[in-house]
Design a protein around this ligand. Structure first.
Ligand SMILES: Cc1cc2nc3c(=O)[nH]c(=O)nc-3n(C[C@H](O)[C@H](O)[C@H](O)COP(=O)(O)O)c2cc1C
Length: 134
């Protein structure tokens, strides 16, 4: 499934772990947004991040700002945090303003529940793939 990409920003490893669960499910690799590969075309992008003092990292915001509709068919968002879903809301806003398709469904995992989130992640991936493949 080469047209699927998994990218994340993770300071302390929680979001990275979720990204890796997604990657395992798809037999792909999850990579940090440091790849700066927003310019290369992909079909479905799984994009994840977390809030730090209420805001996502500026690197993740920049990555989202650099994505263009022509290079990404659909985006599925995931986030980990102590309580906030703000990262997802903010990413949705940025991407939808560019007319990029972002699925309403997103994956939220509490920062202390990451280790037990494999099944939840599997279900999320299954749901998203169903939407993506139509
Ligand atoms: C400096 C710092 C600030 C944080 N601020 C928030 C916050 O405002 N809201 C929240 O829900 N969680 C907050 N958290 C919790 C993180 O979002 C949570 O641990 C998340 O899983 C971190 O993701 P990461 O391990 O992928 O970096 C904060 C964590 C840190 C270290």
């Amino acid at each position: 499934m080469e047209d699927i990409r998994i990218r994340y920003y993770s300071k302390t490893g929680n979001t990275k772990k979720i990204a890796e669960y997604i990657a395992n499910e798809l037999n792909l690799k999850a990579l940090s947004i440091d790849q700066n590969d927003y310019n290369s075309p992909c079909g479905l992008l799984f994009l994840g991040g977390a809030p730090y003092a209420n805001i996502m990292s500026s690197k993740l915001r920049e990555y989202a700002n650099n994505l263009i509709k022509e290079n990404v068919k659909a985006v599925a968002l995931f986030t980990t945090s102590n309580w906030s879903r703000r990262t997802v809301r903010a990413l949705k806003k940025i991407l939808r303003e560019k007319n990029i398709l972002v699925y309403d469904e997103f994956l939220y995992v509490h920062m202390l529940a990451v280790n037990g989130a494999i099944e939840k992640t599997k279900l999320f991936v299954k749901n998203i793939l169903e939407k993506y493949k139509g």
